[in-house]
Design a protein around this ligand. Structure first.
Ligand code: SF4
Length: 191
C-alpha cells in the first residue's frame, strides 16, 4: 500500500467520507483492519455450559464457553437473577482461574515438620484424610454428659466454609459433617 493509500485510510478521513454511514466515528470509520478481522472467543465454542462464579458468596451465574476440551471464555449469564449477566471484574477474570499457569493440578502434601511440599496421588490423599477423620471422630466422640444425658456428638471436627462455596456445596458439607456428629459447622459468609 502506497503512502497516498495509507493516508486515505486514516480514521479521521474515513469518518469525514462517512464510511459505512459512520460520520460520528463511532464504528466502522475508526475500526482498524486488525480489529475488523478479530473473532470473539465465544464464536468458536462448540458448547456453552451454565455455571456459578467460584469467587464469592454473591453467586453470579456464568456461561462457560468450551471448544473441544478447552475453556475458551467465561462470561456472565444474562439469565442470572443476581447480576443479569454483569459479573464484577474478578468474576470476569474466571477463565484465568481455570487456564492460568499458576493453577495447581496435583495434590500437594507437607508432612509434619516438613519443609518441602510433596506430591501425592489423589487416592492416597483421600485415604489419608479418611483415616484422620475416622481416628479423630473416635477419639473425640461424646456419648453423654456427666449426668448421663445423651449428647452423641463429635467435638474434634469442625467446618468453617469459605465464601467461595456455593449453595449446593454448603448443603453437602452440612450434611456430611452432621452425619459424622459434628456440631461446629459455620461459613465465613454467615459470620
Ligand atoms: S462475579 Fe463478582 S460479585 Fe459475582 S459471584 Fe463472582 S466475584 Fe462475586
Amino acid at each position: 500500500m502506497g503512502m497516498g493509500e495509507r493516508i486515505a485510510e486514516w480514521p479521521v478521513l474515513r469518518q469525514l467520507r462517512g464510511e459505512g454511514g459512520d460520520r460520528l466515528g463511532l464504528r466502522q470509520a475508526v475500526e482498524s483492519d486488525r480489529t475488523h478481522h478479530l473473532t470473539a472467543r465465544t464464536a468458536t465454542a462448540d458448547r456453552v455450559v451454565e455455571s456459578i462464579c467460584p469467587y464469592c458468596a454473591v453467586g453470579c451465574g456464568q456461561l462457560v464457553y468450551v471448544h473441544g476440551d478447552e475453556v475458551t471464555q467465561v462470561e456472565g449469564n444474562p439469565a442470572s437473577p443476581i447480576s443479569r449477566g454483569r459479573p464484577c471484574p474478578k468474576g470476569s477474570a474466571t477463565k484465568a482461574l481455570v487456564t492460568g499457569p499458576g493453577r495447581e493440578q496435583k495434590v500437594k502434601y507437607r508432612r509434619p515438620h516438613g519443609t518441602e511440599w510433596e506430591e501425592l496421588s489423589l487416592d492416597r490423599a483421600m485415604d489419608m484424610i479418611a483415616d484422620r477423620v475416622i481416628d479423630t471422630r473416635r477419639r473425640s466422640w461424646q456419648e453423654h454428659d456427666d449426668k448421663g444425658h445423651p449428647l452423641r456428638r463429635c467435638m474434634g471436627i469442625a467446618s468453617l466454609g469459605g465464601a467461595t462455596l456455593d449453595n449446593e456445596e454448603n448443603y453437602l458439607l452440612k450434611k456430611l459433617f452432621t452425619s459424622w456428629g459434628a456440631v461446629q459447622i459455620e461459613n465465613q459468609a454467615r459470620i
